[in-house]
Design a protein around this ligand. Structure first.
Ligand SMILES: [Zn+2]
Length: 424
């Protein structure tokens, strides 16, 4: 088997790996570089053109999870290349398109869902030519993310996708196959020595925060697609007797996931005895969801009672409100309401939202940062490698591949460049 990392040997994001046998070629992920929007038009055209070249004669593409840096170039390749992903990833990709649609999402209609095993915890293998691909659910800040085991020509390769060990599904790494010939392992967090706090600790910090400034409205900026994080915020709100305000986008996403995994809370399907959610209707999103022809959800959203907006101003301490910088104009209506803005997102995103951060600063609002990474820290990577015990290790999705040498001094490690092929 031949492995070619097209992008990701020295970069976080924009991952794409080609696996080739004498008969068959497949791609694992086809991501958009994280700095894509900052590139000039010519560079963007070049990136799209490369994706098309990599996908040429590929018999299938396998997507590990719904973050754009792993699938964002799919609109640029022909839709007749079968593209496989888990049901959760496909649902979230569709939901994102409904909400933020770029209008070039024909590929979504052609996604193929990777079949689950009989116990609903494992997956059936999928065969493409002479390559057998088996997904394994992993812990990451994306619902239903997976790693892929690739088997062909008497060799086994494991591609980690994005993975961590400090989330709610941390023990899943133990299900990953062992003694593979090669492990392609992400190393996003290798530039720092810091250990990542567990998601449960994040929940505790939210509880403390919600209980500490009881007279203030708590805005929480987090990703609407980081389901595990929203669940921690929900639990903290429940524990602190705050009502959690979510808008149409979050309500829609939570309901989509709740339908696949009923333990995830949704304002459209509240748990008995848990009066936590309050709903803030955003008509623009409602119209987009309506346009996506999901009449049942639209009907449910339309009949959901909306939060008493005057009460937010009167009793700010009763509420926590999941927001995004694009919701600033709604927040400005509460300019005189005592507030805290908790950011629960990677710091890099804060730097990109200058107007929003300036608004927080100018109003002198407290701005605690309560967050943990979606990626494994160094110690976790060592545990994962100890478990898998691969013949060869290849770093990917990292700006510091050479750190693998310090972490794994006794392992055989290969450090290819982008587009350099390795024969296994
Ligand atoms: Zn990711």
């Amino acid at each position: 088997m031949q492995i070619t990392i097209h992008r990701g040997t020295h970069e976080i994001g924009g991952s794409c790996v080609e696996i080739r046998t004498r008969q068959t070629k497949i791609l694992l992920d086809l991501g958009l570089p994280l700095d894509f929007d900052d590139r000039d038009e010519e560079q963007q055209r070049q990136i799209r053109h490369e994706a098309l070249a990599w996908a040429q004669d590929a018999e299938a593409i396998f997507i590990s999870h719904y973050h754009a840096d792993h699938h964002g170039l799919l609109p640029d390749v022909p839709t007749d290349i079968p593209t496989y992903t888990t049901a959760g990833t496909a649902a979230m990709m569709r939901a994102t398109e409904v909400i933020h649609g770029r209008g070039d999402a024909a590929y979504l209609r052609h996604l193929k869902i990777l079949p689950k095993g009989s116990d609903d915890r494992s997956f059936e293998p999928t065969t493409v030519g002479d390559i057998r691909i088996t997904p394994y659910t992993v812990d990451h800040a994306a619902y239903d993310a997976c790693a892929f085991l690739i088997e062909a020509e008497d060799r086994r390769i494991l591609y980690s996708g994005d993975i961590r060990m400090h989330g709610v599904k941390r023990s899943l790494y133990r299900n990953l196959p062992t003694k593979v010939d090669c492990l392609l392992l992400e190393g996003t967090n290798l530039v720092t020595e810091k250990e990542c706090p567990h998601e449960a600790e994040i929940c505790e910090r939210f509880k403390e925060q919600f209980q500490s400034e009881t007279d203030k409205l708590h805005y929480v900026w987090c990703s609407g697609q980081n389901i595990d994080r929203i669940v921690q915020i929900y639990k903290a709100a429940l524990n602190s007797s705050r009502k959690l305000i979510v808008d149409t986008y979050i309500a829609y996403i939570l309901e989509m996931v709740h339908r696949m995994k009923p333990s995830i809370p949704s304002p459209l399907s509240p748990f008995e005895g848990h009066d936590v959610f309050r709903y803030f209707c955003l008509n623009t999103y409602l119209q987009r969801i309506e346009g996506a022809e999901d009449p049942e959800i639209v009907q449910q959203l339309k009949s959901l009672p909306t939060v008493d907006t005057a009460d937010i101003g009167r009793n700010p301490g009763r509420y926590a409100w999941i927001i995004r910088p694009t919701m600033l104009r709604y927040m400005q209506k509460y300019n005189h309401t005592p507030s805290v803005v908790v950011t629960s997102i990677w710091e890099g995103y804060e730097r990109r939202e200058r107007a929003f951060m300036t608004w927080i600063r100018e109003r002198g609002l407290a701005n605690p940062h309560i967050h943990t990474s979606g990626h494994a820290d160094a110690k976790s990577l060592q545990s994962i490698v100890r478990h898998i015990d691969p013949g060869v290790l290849i770093p990917i999705h990292t700006t510091a591949p050479e750190r693998f040498g310090d972490l794994f001094p006794k392992r055989k490690i290969l450090y290819p460049q982008d587009n350099e092929s390795i024969d296994l």
